[in-house]
Write a protein that binds this ligand. Sequence first.
Ligand SMILES: [Zn+2]
Length: 479
Amino acid sequence: MNLLSKVNEIVEERRDSFIALSNRIWEYAETKFEEHQSAEVICKLLEQEGFRVQRNVAGIRTAFTASYGSGNPIIGLLGEFDALPGLSQREAAAYYEPIIEGGNGHGCGHNLLGVAPLAAVIAIKQIMKEQGLSGTIRYFGCPAEEGGSGKTFMVRDGAFKDVDCALTWHPASYSSVFSCSTLANYQVYFSFKGKASHASSSPHLGRSALDAVELMNVGVNYLREHIIPEARIHYAITNPGGASANVVQGEAEVQYLIRAPQINEVKAIYERVLKIAQGAALMTETEMIVTFDKGCSNFVPNHALGMVLNQHLQAVGLPAYEEAEHRFAMSMGETITKLDREAAVNEISKLTGQQPKRIVKKLGRFPFFSDVFSFVESNQLIYFSTDVGDVSWVVPTAQFFGASFVAGTQLHSWQLVSQGKTSIAHKGMLQAAKVLALAALDLLLNPDIVEQAKEELQEVTEGIYQSPIPLHIKPSAVK
Ligand SMILES: [Zn+2]
């Protein structure tokens, strides 16, 4: 029996339990650093399976590793399981309807993302045992990908120092190896302290912290014209200083998320944003306090590993859908705009080097893409960030997008939450598990690929990596 049939058999045999686990994590919908139940169900299962589980990695209660086997190579599979705030949504509904108003939801499909590598390590373990393979397979339980950069803290703490290669995936509406770079970022809070007072009887005695936040935002909006076009600056007012117009706001806070292709570019823009914040404090006679929250590096794709993933992604292929799934997908597809679909096509075009027109043709039986896209070596940039970036700077890393949703479904949308518990998503997750298992087995069996991947990383980074997070900064979970 070849490995593909073997992996297929093991994963399919246990498909119901993997699906049930993914659904449970979807229901827990726990956000950054609070994924206690989600992390625990995965830890428990891996313990039962005979993996050596280490909890509390990097001092984060929801970060863990689970290893099987011994010696080198050590192949890491990265799993995430955090949800997003404000994205509560009823399952399998082709209309917007939150289950809990303002509640959390799995808007990035991490309920699937975390279970596929889990299913993969279980399959790998069984095959390692049966075939007496040496080496180590390790599941990395990585919390707070959304807004917390859990992996960046884990990397800074040395959690990946003995790992030879790392593999992961991300659910998407199409299948292709992720061969582009991503944006590095910093997340920083600026809080202002002024003096509260009666807005009408004694406005001259007040010093408004909210004015400082507004002036800072205006200043940064003027800065936008004078930064590199690839950079992004986002903000959210995290404390407006109260809900009363009749009180001069004594306290206010704004969160900034600054992104650019390289971490040194992020840092340079941050220094300028900092000057604007200081200027706002000066103008309003308020005190300004900076709190660095987190940062992450850009992703360095490893092409040697990308080739391995691509080979298995092609071999495993796309899920086959039933008629009922097509019907549901058609109604969901009606809520997805032409622009959403174009955004997906443009992304695929960057990953594959193919003209968008050719990709549109692959929308065979709309609303699914009818092909696994072949990737090309690329130095293109995709405009989002991932903390897989920091892992990729210290360990050769490859990841792929696995078709799990209707074509054009955007990440962080209610449509994605709605689909996260459907058989369409489950099929994508199980295909991804098989690809990850086969690729990891390939690495265990072929040490020369591991060496090649390491050489490539050394060449690209010259062995230089500096954590974007200063040493004294702790993850917000342990503050
Ligand atoms: Zn995600």
